[in-house]
Design a protein around this ligand. Sequence first.
Ligand SMILES: C[S@@+](CC[C@H](N)C(=O)[O-])C[C@H]1O[C@@H](n2cnc3c(N)ncnc32)[C@H](O)[C@@H]1O
Length: 231
Amino acid sequence: MSVVDVFDAVAGSYDQSRRRLVPCFDAFYGTAVEVAAPPLRAALASGRTPEVLDLGAGTGLLSLLLAAAVPGVRVTLVDAAPAMLAVAADHLRARAVPHRTLRADLTDPLPAGRYDAVVSALAIHHLDDAGKRGLYRRVPAALAPGGVFVNAEQVAGPTPALDRRYHQVWLERIAALGADADEIAASLGRMAYDRPAPVAEQCRWLAEAGLVDVDCFFKEWRFAVFGGRRG
Ligand SMILES: C[S@@+](CC[C@H](N)C(=O)[O-])C[C@H]1O[C@@H](n2cnc3c(N)ncnc32)[C@H](O)[C@@H]1O
């Protein structure tokens, strides 16, 4: 089974478990929205429709939060899992958010366009490090001048001991939030496909790709929000 099959298989129930499995859900996604919002608002102020590209969009969680925070955005959602994208399209249609969904791999060329924000949540860690760096190198050309890239991501600990601690804390927190044994087992099964990298390394790769003002804007154990902007 590929990672895409794994997500397609849970597309119908994916949304229900998010707040249990991402213990810092509000701060995590909320920070990503805060980082992405300024160029979207600037586009609106200049009379233009702000364009967002959501990489590994899944059921559209981050796109929906962005569209709620900045009404008027148009969203392009990329994912390799068609059932996840179908759920996203239903949600976006129900909220009348202009959008298109594209079934593509994150290692493919990015869809043509100049985006005010390229965003991603909990998806790029499925690529190996060469794949992550290759994707980061393609991001600046996809951004409009002043556009931002933000990745709300599961990251590796900077040392094996810290990575083990991240995992232990996550298990304790999701149990406290009510995740049951089946939900934890299913989540651990999906995590077998994870290839997270430490946040400091990923910020360096973004700077090497040509982004400026690269920073980690939020971090709570395994969950980090980092990115930069096109100068
Ligand atoms: C954990 S979900 C995250 C979905 C959404 N961004 C969110 O925050 O809930 C990971 C998503 O990444 C997609 N994905 C994983 N590897 C991919 C790849 N190589 N190319 C395209 N999509 C991929 C999966 O299909 C899945 O929808």
